[in-house]
Design a protein around this ligand. Structure first.
Ligand code: ADE
Length: 343
């Protein structure tokens, strides 16, 4: 931070923390400002689990999974000892399945070490923990003076500083400022307060500047168009791929599924048989002979492409690999949608 920035943001942390004392969201993985003030420490396992689930996922959606996971696996040793398939099935519907594979790897490493590293540097060496998560867990669970800069914090500071120009350099600049502003004595609340400000006031569209505790020091507000920030490069349009998905229903409410290879999209998850996904739709090649009928088409959007799948269904007298119940609970969303069409 340069001298001008130091002066300009001199009161930021105090004003933010004052606001947070009255406005903190109550979330199941948090201990809350009053418990924290009494010296209660959160369980690093729960803090970490929540942070991994909240990546690219909304709070309400992640909350359901967080509650399910902590009920089934209350301690990190429980999660470390769980069978892969159970954890992958419990993650189904949360998306970005590499997170679940890394979650298990990380739990097993930490359980084997007998505890967590308690610094951002140490945490960042673990599977699935990048700079954001390392900073968040170090601050929230261990009270370290570390910054947790995610997309919300990017937006808040891009506005406070009215950052223009190359977005990569802007991000690096604002990260350095946030790191300098983390108060020595209350890094956890500082991180939570910024998350809450970004989620409830400094929102992507129509930010509620009138009630913002930082409005007096916000350069974008002074300009009058805070919603224009952050100024990011335009996203590339996503290509569409096409394929077929085959639902073979067997005797005793069973359905044909397959375990997907560990590497690649939806890696390690339960799946339904499909054709290859390509830019042109090829003719279907069914996994078995039978009375295949076409049910319609579904569309699903992944990070780097959109997928349309023609859904096919057939019935057979033979028992298939999983029950419909197991399938509807353990399939990732794209396949759960297909199965729903067929049932
Ligand atoms: N988004 C990312 N981490 C979060 C947290 N701990 N609480 C609320 N929202 C978040």
């Amino acid at each position: 931070m340069n001298m001008d920035e130091k002066l300009h943001f001199a009161d930021l942390s105090d004003q933010l923390l004052d606001w947070y004392a009255g406005a903190a969201r109550e979330l199941p993985w948090r201990i809350g400002p009053s418990a924290r003030a009494k010296g209660v420490k959160p369980d690093p396992y729960r803090v970490w689990l929540a942070e991994i689930m909240l990546q690219q996922t909304t709070v309400p959606h992640a909350t359901r999974y967080y509650q399910d996971f902590t009920r089934r696996w209350p301690k990190i040793e429980d999660l470390a000892g769980a069978p892969d398939e159970d954890v992958m099935a419990a993650w189904a519907g949360l998306g970005y399945y590499a997170r679940a594979r890394n979650l298990l790897k990380c739990a097993r490493e930490v359980a084997a070490m007998g505890g967590w590293p308690d610094t951002a540097e140490g945490l960042q060496k673990l599977p699935g923990i990048g700079p954001y998560t390392a900073g968040a867990v170090a601050a929230l669970a261990f009270g370290r003076r570390a910054a947790a800069v995610d997309g919300n914090v990017d937006r808040v500071f891009a506005r406070l500083m009215a950052l223009t120009g190359d977005w990569k350099s802007a991000k690096a600049r604002l990260k350095a400022v946030v790191e300098d502003l983390v108060p020595e004595d209350r890094p956890a609340e500082f991180a939570e307060a910024l998350m809450d400000l970004g989620a409830t006031i400094c929102t992507p569209k129509s930010p509620n500047c009138l009630i913002c505790p930082l409005r007096e020091m916000c350069a974008a507000r002074k300009e009058g168009r805070p919603e224009l920030y952050p100024i990011k490069p335009k996203k590339q349009a996503k290509p569409t791929r096409h394929g077929h998905v085959y639902i073979l229903l067997g005797e005793a409410d069973t359905v044909l599924t397959e375990r997907r290879p560990d590497k690649g999209l939806l890696g390690g998850m339960l799946g339904l048989p499909t054709s290859p996904w390509s830019s042109e739709l090829a003719a279907p090649e069914f996994p078995s002979e039978g009375n295949w009928s076409e049910l319609g088409e579904l569309r699903h959007v992944f990070t780097h492409f959109a997928l349309t799948l023609k859904v096919w269904r057939a019935e057979t007298d033979e028992r298939q690999s999983t029950t419909r119940q197991q399938a509807s609970e353990g399939l990732p969303s794209v396949f759960a949608k297909a199965l729903k069409l067929a049932l």
